[in-house]
Write a protein that binds this ligand. Structure first.
Ligand SMILES: [Zn+2]
Ligand SMILES: [Zn+2]
Length: 306
């Protein structure tokens, strides 16, 4: 019997935002204000990823993942990638500026950092990337399937098509939802969390980790033991003998997606589970659960050929 699951049975679900800005770069709220806001709303872990500045924080009540957002060059285009520190080894000092100026330097930077950092491809649509721009890069552990800030403001935050293009081409990318919150920009008035333009709390990941620690969260991220969401909850998702199963919080659409584009979906009111054959999909399957407000939970792909 073939059985593939998307997360281990044991462990704890932890909620986190892995893309955020503060006054250290072009965000409009101080780091401690951002961190307090997320802690108060029940987040467990956080990475404050200011532009081109490595930072390491500790904050009571949040597991902090040191990280930064690097402005880089992919296929000659300016793009952004996020770095998440795996353990204690830091290649940079707190507050250090990091800089690359072309594709070649980007490659060298990635090669030097990849043993100690998980690297994510950020908001490809916002960056106007084509798949061919990133095809030659094999060190991204994930892409940002949903970036709330750019979706809410500019409607370019959903990257599911880009994700599937990569998966079909053999990339083993996990998918993250994040806020990329700036809470205003330095040339505009700040947007506190109650403001209409607040770009916090709209995209997150739920990680199934062995413990509430940086090491356990990084391990779960690396192995894909998480799902991305802007609302719905995925309780379980597995494939057994060619049949996909999902259980989730109440949604109105559930869609299984694989490399064949041979989608299988269920529509309804208050749906909490769906079971369906994979049809011709042999490479991978993932699921999207969408609620009445259009908010989406994206599972990671289950790869059917290990
Ligand atoms: Zn960015
Ligand atoms: Zn950003």
């Amino acid at each position: 019997m073939d059985r593939y699951t998307f997360a281990p049975h044991n462990g704890i679900w932890l909620k986190g935002n892995l893309h955020a800005h503060s006054t250290v770069s072009d965000g409009d709220l101080a780091p401690e204000v951002v961190l307090r806001g997320y802690r108060e709303r029940g987040y467990d872990f956080f990475s404050l990823t200011d532009h081109n500045i490595y930072a390491r924080y500790s904050f009571d009540g949040l597991v902090m993942i040191p990280g930064f957002e690097l402005t880089c060059y992919l296929g000659g285009k300016r793009a952004h990638i996020n770095f998440y520190q795996k353990g204690e080894t830091a290649l940079f000092t707190h507050g250090q500026e990091v800089l690359v100026t072309d594709d070649e330097e980007t490659r060298r930077f990635i090669a030097a950092a990849k043993d100690h950092y998980l690297i994510m491809l950020n908001h490809p649509d916002w960056s106007r990337l084509e798949y061919r721009d990133v095809e030659g890069y094999d060190d991204f552990f994930a892409l940002e399937v949903f970036n709330y800030g750019t979706e809410y403001h500019d409607r370019v935050g959903e990257n599911a098509y880009f994700w599937d293009t990569g998966l079909r081409s053999g990339k083993r990318w996990w998918g993250l939802s994040t806020d990329d919150n700036h809470n205003g920009y330095t040339d505009s008035p700040g947007w506190p969390f109650e403001h209409l333009e607040c770009d916090s709390f709209g995209g997150w990941v739920m990680v199934k980790a062995a413990a509430r620690s940086q090491a356990a969260i990084i391990e779960a991220l690396e192995k894909g033991h998480f799902y991305a969401s802007s609302g719905p909850v995925i309780h379980d998702f597995f494939v057994e003998d060619g049949i996909a199963h999902v259980s989730c919080s109440e949604v109105s659409r559930i869609v299984f997606k694989g490399e064949e584009g041979n989608f299988v979906r269920r529509l309804g009111v208050g749906l909490t589970e769906f079971t369906a054959p994979l049809r011709r999909n042999k490479q991978y399957v993932r699921v999207e659960c969408i609620d009445e407000q259009g908010r989406v939970a994206y599972s990671n792909p289950i790869f059917l050929q290990e």
